[in-house]
Design a binder for this molecule. Structure first.
Ligand code: 5GP
Length: 131
């Protein structure tokens, strides 16, 4: 069965899309550690990020860098932290999280509660900054 992320990429499940290219897709995490928390996903469904072939891995990282540069412009923050976990969804992805201090990279913190309108506004703001 297709992963939840493949179903999002295919448009079968809605998401707050931020960007896509021929190989990769970026959208807001539905349960954000911070406003502007983005997931960057290869369109090819591979469970573990470090099992991606070299070209797909490099493509994913370069795409993630582009999205991270857009996040910093759209969301007030010092930097964008990145993390790979992948224990919940078996489809490789990189978490991009706006941070101001090390402890902001905390997946156990209370998640940001945002309205649909706020999520859409955040996604649109980041998308506008993609170059
Ligand atoms: P991980 O697999 O890296 O541990 O975490 C998966 C991440 O995917 C979590 O942060 C979770 O909130 C996010 N997530 C899980 N299901 C969905 C979904 O259906 N839509 C979106 N946008 N994010 C999801």
């Amino acid at each position: 069965m297709a992963s939840i992320f493949s179903r999002i990429i295919a448009g079968e499940i809605p998401c707050y899309k931020v960007a896509e290219d021929d190989k990769n897709f970026a959208f807001l995490d539905i349960n954000p550690v911070a406003p502007g928390h983005v997931l960057v996903v290869p369109k090819k469904e591979v469970d573990y990020i470090y099992d991606l072939d070299e070209d797909d891995y490099v493509s994913l990282e370069l795409f993630a860098a582009k999205v991270a540069r857009a996040i910093v412009k759209a969301i007030p923050c010092k930097r964008v932290g990145s993390a790979t976990i992948g224990l919940e969804v078996p489809h490789a992805h990189i978490h991009l999280i706006p941070i101001n201090k090390e402890s902001d990279m905390n997946f156990f913190s209370e998640k940001a509660k945002l309205s649909e309108a706020e999520m859409q506004h955040i996604a649109d703001s980041i998308a506008e900054q993609i170059q």
